[in-house]
Design a protein around this ligand. Structure first.
Ligand code: PLP
Length: 278
Protein backbone atom coordinates (compact mmCIF):
# COMPACT_ATOMS: atom_id res chain seq x y z
CA UNK A 1 0.00 0.00 0.00
CA UNK A 2 1.09 3.52 -0.75
CA UNK A 3 2.06 5.86 2.08
CA UNK A 4 0.66 9.39 2.06
CA UNK A 5 1.70 12.43 4.06
CA UNK A 6 -1.35 14.20 5.45
CA UNK A 7 -1.34 17.03 7.99
CA UNK A 8 2.05 16.09 9.35
CA UNK A 9 1.47 12.33 9.61
CA UNK A 10 2.48 9.42 7.42
CA UNK A 11 -0.39 7.03 6.81
CA UNK A 12 -1.68 4.52 4.26
CA UNK A 13 -3.83 5.88 1.42
CA UNK A 14 -6.95 4.13 2.83
CA UNK A 15 -6.65 6.11 6.04
CA UNK A 16 -6.54 9.56 4.44
CA UNK A 17 -9.70 11.51 5.32
CA UNK A 18 -10.52 14.71 3.45
CA UNK A 19 -13.31 16.94 4.73
CA UNK A 20 -16.07 17.95 2.28
CA UNK A 21 -15.49 21.45 3.66
CA UNK A 22 -11.84 21.61 2.68
CA UNK A 23 -11.37 24.89 0.81
CA UNK A 24 -9.27 23.13 -1.78
CA UNK A 25 -12.33 21.09 -2.64
CA UNK A 26 -14.81 23.98 -2.50
CA UNK A 27 -12.81 26.85 -3.99
CA UNK A 28 -9.61 25.41 -5.41
CA UNK A 29 -8.13 27.56 -2.65
CA UNK A 30 -4.65 26.12 -2.47
CA UNK A 31 -1.31 25.53 -4.09
CA UNK A 32 0.71 22.55 -5.20
CA UNK A 33 4.03 21.29 -6.50
CA UNK A 34 5.00 18.28 -8.58
CA UNK A 35 8.53 17.07 -7.93
CA UNK A 36 10.50 14.64 -10.08
CA UNK A 37 12.39 11.83 -8.41
CA UNK A 38 15.39 10.33 -10.20
CA UNK A 39 17.34 7.53 -8.54
CA UNK A 40 15.44 8.05 -5.28
CA UNK A 41 16.34 11.75 -5.06
CA UNK A 42 14.12 14.82 -5.57
CA UNK A 43 15.43 16.76 -8.58
CA UNK A 44 15.82 20.55 -8.12
CA UNK A 45 14.16 20.39 -4.69
CA UNK A 46 15.39 23.86 -3.72
CA UNK A 47 13.76 25.53 -6.74
CA UNK A 48 10.43 23.74 -6.16
CA UNK A 49 10.25 24.70 -2.49
CA UNK A 50 11.18 28.29 -3.29
CA UNK A 51 8.34 28.40 -5.84
CA UNK A 52 5.97 26.86 -3.28
CA UNK A 53 6.94 29.65 -0.90
CA UNK A 54 6.18 32.27 -3.55
CA UNK A 55 2.83 30.62 -4.41
CA UNK A 56 1.88 30.60 -0.71
CA UNK A 57 2.85 34.25 -0.41
CA UNK A 58 0.82 35.10 -3.52
CA UNK A 59 -2.29 33.48 -2.04
CA UNK A 60 -1.61 34.94 1.44
CA UNK A 61 -1.45 31.39 2.72
CA UNK A 62 0.65 31.16 5.89
CA UNK A 63 2.50 27.86 5.81
CA UNK A 64 2.55 26.22 9.25
CA UNK A 65 5.56 24.12 8.23
CA UNK A 66 8.97 25.58 7.52
CA UNK A 67 10.35 24.83 4.06
CA UNK A 68 13.07 22.67 5.63
CA UNK A 69 10.44 20.67 7.51
CA UNK A 70 8.40 20.20 4.33
CA UNK A 71 11.47 19.15 2.45
CA UNK A 72 12.39 16.60 5.12
CA UNK A 73 8.82 15.25 5.02
CA UNK A 74 8.91 14.85 1.22
CA UNK A 75 12.28 13.13 1.41
CA UNK A 76 10.93 10.75 4.03
CA UNK A 77 7.83 10.10 1.91
CA UNK A 78 10.02 9.11 -1.04
CA UNK A 79 11.99 6.78 1.24
CA UNK A 80 8.92 5.23 2.87
CA UNK A 81 7.49 4.44 -0.56
CA UNK A 82 10.88 3.21 -1.78
CA UNK A 83 10.36 5.42 -4.85
CA UNK A 84 13.22 5.37 -7.32
CA UNK A 85 11.68 6.88 -10.51
CA UNK A 86 8.56 8.97 -10.31
CA UNK A 87 6.86 12.03 -8.95
CA UNK A 88 5.80 13.51 -5.64
CA UNK A 89 2.56 15.49 -5.60
CA UNK A 90 2.20 17.98 -2.74
CA UNK A 91 -0.81 20.21 -2.27
CA UNK A 92 -1.61 22.67 0.47
CA UNK A 93 -5.08 24.15 0.90
CA UNK A 94 -6.34 26.92 3.14
CA UNK A 95 -7.89 24.25 5.32
CA UNK A 96 -11.35 23.21 6.42
CA UNK A 97 -14.05 25.67 7.43
CA UNK A 98 -17.78 26.29 6.74
CA UNK A 99 -18.11 27.51 3.16
CA UNK A 100 -17.51 31.24 2.94
CA UNK A 101 -15.31 33.09 0.47
CA UNK A 102 -13.59 35.02 3.26
CA UNK A 103 -10.44 33.51 4.70
CA UNK A 104 -11.42 31.55 7.83
CA UNK A 105 -9.97 32.76 11.11
CA UNK A 106 -8.02 30.25 13.21
CA UNK A 107 -7.97 27.56 10.54
CA UNK A 108 -4.74 25.77 9.79
CA UNK A 109 -3.83 24.94 6.19
CA UNK A 110 -4.11 21.30 5.23
CA UNK A 111 -1.41 19.40 3.36
CA UNK A 112 -1.46 16.20 1.37
CA UNK A 113 1.35 14.48 -0.46
CA UNK A 114 1.84 11.20 -2.22
CA UNK A 115 4.26 9.56 -4.63
CA UNK A 116 3.73 7.89 -7.98
CA UNK A 117 5.98 5.64 -10.03
CA UNK A 118 6.38 7.32 -13.41
CA UNK A 119 8.75 6.43 -16.23
CA UNK A 120 10.43 9.10 -18.33
CA UNK A 121 8.34 9.81 -21.47
CA UNK A 122 11.01 8.37 -23.76
CA UNK A 123 8.80 7.91 -26.80
CA UNK A 124 7.49 11.48 -27.03
CA UNK A 125 10.93 12.87 -26.13
CA UNK A 126 12.35 10.90 -29.05
CA UNK A 127 9.65 11.53 -31.67
CA UNK A 128 8.25 14.86 -30.57
CA UNK A 129 4.62 15.90 -30.18
CA UNK A 130 1.95 17.75 -32.14
CA UNK A 131 0.24 20.70 -30.50
CA UNK A 132 -2.67 23.00 -31.25
CA UNK A 133 -2.82 26.66 -30.30
CA UNK A 134 -5.61 28.06 -28.14
CA UNK A 135 -6.40 31.38 -26.55
CA UNK A 136 -5.00 31.71 -23.02
CA UNK A 137 -8.12 32.45 -20.97
CA UNK A 138 -6.46 32.13 -17.55
CA UNK A 139 -6.28 34.76 -14.84
CA UNK A 140 -3.31 37.10 -14.47
CA UNK A 141 -1.40 35.29 -11.71
CA UNK A 142 -0.18 32.30 -13.68
CA UNK A 143 3.12 32.53 -11.79
CA UNK A 144 1.36 31.05 -8.74
CA UNK A 145 0.98 27.28 -8.91
CA UNK A 146 -2.61 27.12 -7.69
CA UNK A 147 -5.16 24.30 -7.66
CA UNK A 148 -7.38 26.33 -10.03
CA UNK A 149 -6.52 24.48 -13.22
CA UNK A 150 -9.85 24.61 -15.04
CA UNK A 151 -8.57 26.63 -18.01
CA UNK A 152 -5.58 24.27 -18.28
CA UNK A 153 -7.87 21.22 -18.06
CA UNK A 154 -10.17 22.55 -20.79
CA UNK A 155 -7.21 23.40 -23.02
CA UNK A 156 -5.58 19.99 -22.66
CA UNK A 157 -8.89 18.23 -23.34
CA UNK A 158 -9.55 20.34 -26.43
CA UNK A 159 -6.06 19.47 -27.69
CA UNK A 160 -6.74 15.77 -27.15
CA UNK A 161 -10.15 16.02 -28.84
CA UNK A 162 -8.35 17.49 -31.85
CA UNK A 163 -5.80 14.67 -31.88
CA UNK A 164 -2.90 16.71 -30.44
CA UNK A 165 -0.75 16.02 -27.41
CA UNK A 166 -1.05 19.47 -25.90
CA UNK A 167 -2.29 23.02 -26.30
CA UNK A 168 0.06 25.98 -26.65
CA UNK A 169 -1.64 29.06 -25.21
CA UNK A 170 -1.46 32.63 -26.51
CA UNK A 171 -2.72 36.02 -25.39
CA UNK A 172 -3.59 38.17 -28.41
CA UNK A 173 -1.12 36.23 -30.53
CA UNK A 174 1.69 36.22 -27.96
CA UNK A 175 2.64 32.70 -26.89
CA UNK A 176 2.70 32.29 -23.12
CA UNK A 177 3.15 28.59 -22.31
CA UNK A 178 1.34 25.28 -22.79
CA UNK A 179 -1.38 23.75 -20.61
CA UNK A 180 1.19 22.11 -18.31
CA UNK A 181 4.64 23.10 -19.54
CA UNK A 182 6.69 26.04 -20.80
CA UNK A 183 7.38 26.64 -24.50
CA UNK A 184 10.65 27.54 -26.22
CA UNK A 185 11.43 28.17 -29.88
CA UNK A 186 14.61 28.50 -31.91
CA UNK A 187 14.76 31.36 -34.42
CA UNK A 188 17.97 32.16 -36.34
CA UNK A 189 19.83 29.98 -33.84
CA UNK A 190 18.49 31.99 -30.89
CA UNK A 191 16.54 30.18 -28.17
CA UNK A 192 13.49 32.26 -27.19
CA UNK A 193 11.03 31.82 -24.33
CA UNK A 194 8.43 34.01 -22.64
CA UNK A 195 9.81 36.10 -19.76
CA UNK A 196 9.19 34.82 -16.24
CA UNK A 197 6.46 37.32 -15.36
CA UNK A 198 2.88 36.94 -14.10
CA UNK A 199 1.64 35.38 -17.36
CA UNK A 200 3.46 32.06 -17.04
CA UNK A 201 4.45 29.55 -14.42
CA UNK A 202 8.14 29.96 -13.68
CA UNK A 203 9.00 26.43 -14.63
CA UNK A 204 11.79 24.70 -12.78
CA UNK A 205 12.64 22.80 -15.98
CA UNK A 206 12.53 26.08 -17.94
CA UNK A 207 15.23 27.45 -15.63
CA UNK A 208 17.27 24.25 -15.94
CA UNK A 209 17.02 24.37 -19.76
CA UNK A 210 18.20 28.00 -19.84
CA UNK A 211 21.08 27.15 -17.52
CA UNK A 212 22.07 24.25 -19.77
CA UNK A 213 21.81 26.51 -22.83
CA UNK A 214 24.09 29.04 -21.21
CA UNK A 215 26.66 26.38 -20.31
CA UNK A 216 26.49 25.03 -23.88
CA UNK A 217 26.92 28.55 -25.27
CA UNK A 218 23.55 28.48 -26.99
CA UNK A 219 22.35 32.09 -27.04
CA UNK A 220 18.91 32.70 -25.56
CA UNK A 221 16.47 35.53 -24.96
CA UNK A 222 13.62 35.73 -22.49
CA UNK A 223 11.19 37.77 -24.54
CA UNK A 224 7.62 37.39 -25.76
CA UNK A 225 7.25 35.70 -29.16
CA UNK A 226 4.23 35.51 -31.42
CA UNK A 227 2.20 32.68 -32.92
CA UNK A 228 3.71 33.60 -36.30
CA UNK A 229 7.20 33.17 -34.84
CA UNK A 230 6.14 29.78 -33.48
CA UNK A 231 4.81 28.71 -36.91
CA UNK A 232 8.03 29.87 -38.58
CA UNK A 233 10.39 28.52 -35.89
CA UNK A 234 13.34 26.31 -36.81
CA UNK A 235 12.69 24.28 -33.68
CA UNK A 236 10.26 24.28 -30.79
CA UNK A 237 9.95 22.31 -27.57
CA UNK A 238 8.22 22.22 -24.22
CA UNK A 239 9.85 21.93 -20.80
CA UNK A 240 8.30 20.49 -17.66
CA UNK A 241 8.94 18.30 -14.66
CA UNK A 242 7.39 15.20 -16.24
CA UNK A 243 7.91 15.98 -19.95
CA UNK A 244 11.53 17.14 -19.41
CA UNK A 245 12.51 18.55 -22.83
CA UNK A 246 10.00 17.31 -25.41
CA UNK A 247 10.23 18.47 -29.04
CA UNK A 248 7.21 20.04 -30.75
CA UNK A 249 7.20 18.78 -34.33
CA UNK A 250 3.85 20.17 -35.50
CA UNK A 251 1.70 23.18 -34.61
CA UNK A 252 -1.92 23.37 -35.80
CA UNK A 253 -1.15 20.69 -38.37
CA UNK A 254 1.90 22.47 -39.83
CA UNK A 255 5.38 21.03 -39.47
CA UNK A 256 7.87 22.88 -37.27
CA UNK A 257 11.18 23.28 -39.15
CA UNK A 258 12.02 19.95 -40.79
CA UNK A 259 9.15 18.25 -38.95
CA UNK A 260 11.72 16.43 -36.83
CA UNK A 261 13.33 17.36 -33.51
CA UNK A 262 16.06 19.91 -34.27
CA UNK A 263 19.75 20.00 -33.31
CA UNK A 264 19.48 22.54 -30.47
CA UNK A 265 16.57 20.61 -28.97
CA UNK A 266 18.61 17.39 -29.21
CA UNK A 267 21.63 19.04 -27.66
CA UNK A 268 19.60 20.32 -24.70
CA UNK A 269 17.99 16.89 -24.27
CA UNK A 270 21.47 15.33 -24.06
CA UNK A 271 22.61 17.95 -21.56
CA UNK A 272 19.46 17.38 -19.52
CA UNK A 273 20.02 13.62 -19.49
CA UNK A 274 23.56 14.22 -18.28
CA UNK A 275 22.27 16.58 -15.57
CA UNK A 276 20.03 13.81 -14.20
CA UNK A 277 22.83 11.28 -14.43
CA UNK A 278 21.73 9.39 -17.57
N1 PLP B 1 3.51 25.71 -17.01
C1 PLP B 1 2.44 25.14 -16.42
C2 PLP B 1 1.09 25.76 -16.61
C3 PLP B 1 2.60 23.99 -15.61
O1 PLP B 1 1.53 23.43 -15.02
C4 PLP B 1 3.89 23.45 -15.45
C5 PLP B 1 4.06 22.29 -14.57
O2 PLP B 1 4.62 21.27 -14.87
C6 PLP B 1 4.98 24.06 -16.13
C7 PLP B 1 4.74 25.20 -16.88
C8 PLP B 1 6.37 23.52 -16.04
O3 PLP B 1 6.92 23.77 -14.78
P1 PLP B 1 8.02 22.80 -14.15
O4 PLP B 1 9.16 22.75 -15.11
O5 PLP B 1 8.38 23.44 -12.87
O6 PLP B 1 7.37 21.48 -13.99
Amino acid sequence: TSIYWHDNAFLPEEDVRISPHDRGYNFGDGIYEVFRVYGGKIFEAEAHFERLRRSAEGLKLALPWGLDGLRAAMTELVERNALSEGTVYLQITRGTAPRNHLFPADTAPSALAYTREVARPVQSMERGISVVTLEDIRWLHCNYKTLNLLANVLAKQEAADRGAADAVLHRDGVVTESSASNVMIVKDGLLITHPADNLILHGVTRAVALRLAQAAEIPYAERPFTLDELYAAEEAFVTGTTVEITPIVAVDGREVGSGKPGPITRRLQREFAAAIGR
